[in-house]
Design a protein around this ligand. Structure first.
Ligand SMILES: CCCCCCCC/C=C\CCCCCCCC(=O)SCCNC(=O)CCNC(=O)[C@H](O)C(C)(C)COP(=O)(O)OP(=O)(O)OC[C@H]1O[C@@H](n2cnc3c(N)ncnc32)[C@H](O)[C@@H]1OP(=O)(O)O
Length: 170
């Protein structure tokens, strides 16, 4: 498991400019939504597309809610994390202060969906963002809006003494 200090050591590199079309780096290797080394994760892969970020994503049986349908919390996780890739376009880390998800249609397991997120407005530390998830016919299946707040390194150091986690499942 990567420690907070190891993540901090490489984090600022990720905020260097990324070209249009570039593959954007995961937040860290064990991030629940985008970390390639998290066996429970979504392994979200995200590219920059102009001033937006873009992904094609398939939920699998690990994310099941009702049979055959993705759990709403899993959908929210992916949308929240997609917003986290917009931060690479802003040049500064931020965290979710509020997230709202509208579920328009069931998100089916094993089916590809297209996700796009953008910054709607920036006011000081505040970033107002929106995302859409569409099926291959272009139908809107989910819409999310969120407020992210810029934070400094001290915010992330709050997890340092707990990484890897001290608590164990009982
Ligand atoms: C440089 C080094 C970097 C190192 C990086 C290390 C590794 C990083 C690894 C991975 C990063 C992953 C990145 C993306 C992953 C996906 C996103 C997530 O899952 S993030 C996790 C979930 N979120 C939290 O855990 C936040 C928990 N909350 C907090 O810690 C605090 O609430 C915090 C810091 C976010 C804000 O606290 P306050 O006390 O600083 O600020 P307040 O007072 O709440 O609000 C500031 C302003 O915002 C307004 N505000 C608050 N809520 C609002 C709302 N709902 N609508 C409109 N305005 C609102 C307020 O009125 C205020 O405005 P006025 O400054 O006075 O103008």
């Amino acid at each position: 498991m990567t420690s907070v200090e190891e993540i901090l050591a490489t984090w600022l590199d990720k905020f260097k400019p990324h070209e249009d079309g570039a593959l954007l780096p995961p937040h860290h290797d064990h991030c629940l939504a985008c970390g390639p080394d998290n066996p429970h994760g979504h392994h979200l892969v995200v590219h920059r597309r102009g001033e937006e970020v873009h992904a094609v994503h398939v939920f699998d049986q690990r994310h099941v809610g009702a049979p055959g349908i993705a759990h709403g919390g899993a959908v929210a996780t992916v949308l929240d994390d997609l917003f986290g890739f917009l931060l690479y376009l802003t040049g500064a880390p931020a965290v979710t202060r509020q997230l709202e998800v509208r579920y328009d249609s069931p998100v089916l397991l094993g089916v590809a969906y297209e996700l796009v997120a953008k910054i709607v407005r920036a006011e000081g530390r505040k970033l107002f963002v929106e995302a859409e998830m569409r099926d291959t016919s272009g139908g809107l299946v989910a819409f999310a809006s969120a407020l992210f707040l810029r934070v400094d390194e001290a915010h992330f150091r709050q997890g340092a003494s707990n990484s890897p986690p001290l608590a164990r499942p009982i």
